[in-house]
Design a protein around this ligand. Structure first.
Ligand SMILES: [Zn+2]
Length: 370
């Protein structure tokens, strides 16, 4: 039989031991949580520059003797009540470490330096860059001059109906002026045709009824002409239109004078010759002094010293009425010029067919980016 005191001593020792253990476990849990917090911060801030650093990360944290495993080992020391909570925290920490490892692997593999024979210091393959077509260069140049005067670019359809191409422009069905242009008609519907000038754009803009109008209309036009070095069945035009109250012939002259000086140089001379167009009244053709012979006379200007560059005039009141604009209130001027002729002159080209033959040897000579 055990003496009574032995039992009492044992029970009192057990009491003290239990108290100590509880305090120890609490401290341990606190330390572990703080440790995990520090680890998290360290992992989140970690960056690897190469594969070696990623592998070191794996060994340190996820290896068989790694810190995650170490923490797992502490589970047995955590008090029974806290096991669940600690397990959850530990699990989250493990997941964080694993996903960081995957992220690091991905990053370093993306930026992995090439180990092949690739020499990054060699010059790259040349990408062939096209050049602008001389017609585009000339068109853009003309547009940019008029844009500085406040003209906006307007465009319209190349397949047009008779009304917009002829009738609205004061050329009724049997008007002799229609003989001036041989026209491509659409066989299925004779009311449709390939526009013979870009004036159809002017009609469409006037019909919108938003005044004043100050537009420049570039585009391709078609006429049934024999293809030769001097003429083609399609070519390009730029037309302009300005309609407002009190627009006069003086405005027309000043605008075109400004254009000629900007386009052909400040010493260019201009002259107006009376002409006839059904859609303008009065009408005038504008010549510039030949820039090749400086007005002395050469083959290009046919010994006259002058080059014809555009047709112009005050918009005919009938055209304004056709488009619903009151000719008693509004006046305006219009002008139009071909693009091919000045481009031939500017670039010294002797055959208009070169523009549409798509010969790279010809086209690559025009390197301007404008
Ligand atoms: Zn000349």
């Amino acid at each position: 039989m055990k003496p009574i005191w032995t039992g009492a001593l044992q029970s009192s020792l057990s009491f003290f031991f239990s108290f100590d253990l509880l305090a120890y476990l609490c401290r341990l849990m606190e330390e572990l949580l703080k440790q995990i917090k520090d680890y998290r911060a360290e992992i989140e801030a970690f960056n690897a520059s190469d594969d070696k650093a990623v592998e070191e990360f794996r060994i340190k944290w996820l290896g068989t003797k790694g810190l995650v495993k170490n923490l797992m080992g502490e589970m047995k020391n955590v008090s029974h009540e806290k096991k669940k909570e600690f397990g959850q925290i530990l699990n989250e920490f493990k997941q964080l470490t694993e996903s960081k490892y995957e992220e690091l692997k991905l990053l370093t593999s993306n930026f992995k330096p090439q180990t092949s024979n690739l020499d990054l210091t060699l010059p790259g393959d040349t990408i062939p860059v096209g050049s602008r077509h001389p017609i585009s260069l000339m068109t853009n140049r003309i547009i940019s001059i008029f844009q500085r005067l406040g003209f906006a670019v307007a465009e319209g359809p190349e397949i047009e109906d008779d009304w917009h191409n002829f009738t609205a422009l004061n050329l009724p069905e049997h008007h002799p002026a229609r003989d001036m242009q041989d026209t491509f008609y659409v066989q299925q519907n004779p009311d449709w045709l390939l526009r013979t000038h870009t004036s159809n754009i002017q009609i469409r803009e006037m019909q919108k009824g938003k005044l004043p109008i100050r537009i420049i209309c570039p585009g391709r036009v078609y006429r049934n002409e024999t293809v030769s070095a001097r003429s083609h069945c399609f070519f390009h035009q730029v037309e302009g239109l300005y309609i407002d109250e009190n627009v006069s012939f003086a405005d027309l002259k000043q605008t075109l004078y400004f254009f000629a000086k900007e386009m052909y140089g400040s010493d260019v001379k201009i002259r107006f010759r009376p002409s006839y167009f059904p859609f303008t009244e009065p009408s005038a053709e504008m010549d510039i002094s030949c820039m090749l012979c400086k007005g002395v006379g050469c083959n290009v200007c046919k010994k006259t010293g002058w080059l014809e560059i555009l047709g112009s005039g005050m918009v005919h009141p009938n055209v304004l009425s056709n488009c619903g604009i009151d000719p008693n209130k509004y006046t305006g001027f219009a002008f139009g010029m071909g693009i091919e002729r000045p481009a031939l002159l500017k670039y010294g080209i002797n055959d208009i067919r070169l523009f549409s033959e798509n010969d790279v040897r010809f086209l690559k000579q025009f390197t301007s980016a404008v």
